[in-house]
Write a protein of this length. Structure first.
Length: 281
């Protein structure tokens, strides 16, 4: 992912509300959101170049999301795939804290990343360009290609709209997708300076990026009710920003007791506990 907002234990109905855009080069192959055939514990899209994912959930209630960290450092040579971190967590048995503590030693081997991993009771954040892993208290957060809650203009604008939606008793996926579809670019003093050429700074300053080479490939909405009912929906887009596919899955998490947490501070078809993809790809 390259832009996301989330509410963790903030809404009376939903334990987790997450909405985000994945930006990537259009020629990088990816598989649509689905239960993975080689590991049906994982529900997520898939990067077919490195076989990882940017966002994934499991029937156990575990979930994870990763974003790149934009900096001027050269890519780490022979770095492992950041997208492999998500399936490793989803299929593991350690707590989010233990997973990130184990990762810290190997983190410098990766190119820059932000990582959010959680379960039914706890949510943790870690960046290999920032401080140590930390538990997130109930609240509203935003993340792009810098540290958590860095107020880049596109993130600040998206988060403001997100807060408005959170004030409603019911959360509509359509409203969240509309929020993610914002294609307005920053101008003037609102244009951030992150080390990119000015023309590219302008292109990527929009929450939803449209460009023939690089842009928003998909938008995702994840809703997890306090009962464990989980909805994950993905809309995919071509280089012109036109929707090219849509997938929606619904299941109830197994709600496996996570005792190790006790010690820690419109036209789509619904798929329930079965593989399904309604995209026209």
């Amino acid at each position: 992912m390259c832009l996301l907002v989330l509410a963790w234990k903030h809404h009376p109905r939903y334990r987790l509300i997450l909405a985000g855009n994945r930006d990537e080069f259009h020629d990088r192959p990816a598989a649509p959101l689905n239960w993975w055939q080689d590991d049906p514990r994982i529900l997520g899209g898939r990067d077919l170049k490195a076989n990882g994912t940017w966002l994934g959930v499991a029937r156990s209630g575990r979930f994870g999301v990763v974003t790149n960290y934009r900096d001027l450092q050269a890519p780490v040579e022979n770095a492992p795939s950041r997208g492999q971190l998500i399936p490793r967590f989803l299929t593991g048995a350690t707590s989010p804290k233990e997973f990130l503590d184990d990762l810290r030693g190997a983190a410098p081997r990766y190119s820059g990343f932000n990582l959010l991993v959680g379960g039914t009771r706890a949510l943790y954040y870690f960046s290999n360009r920032g401080p140590n892993p930390r538990a997130l208290a109930p609240g509203v957060y935003g993340l792009s290609n810098h540290l958590l809650d860095t107020p880049w203009p596109k993130l600040a604008r998206t988060r403001e709209r997100f807060n408005t939606l959170l004030s409603q008793p019911e959360i509509s996926p359509e409203d969240l997708f509309a929020m993610l579809a914002d294609r307005e670019q920053a101008t003037g003093t609102d244009l951030p300076s992150t080390g990119l050429p000015e023309d590219w700074e302008r292109v990527v300053s929009a929450p939803f990026i449209v460009n023939e080479r690089y842009g928003t490939r998909c938008s995702s909405v994840l809703l997890v009710e306090r009962t464990g009912r989980t909805i994950l929906q993905e809309r995919r887009f071509d280089a012109a920003g036109i929707q090219s596919g849509n997938s929606r899955f619904e299941f109830t998490s197994a709600e496996v007791p996570e005792v190790w947490f006790e010690a820690e501070d419109p036209d789509e078809t619904v798929a329930t506990d079965t593989s399904f993809d309604s995209s026209p790809e």
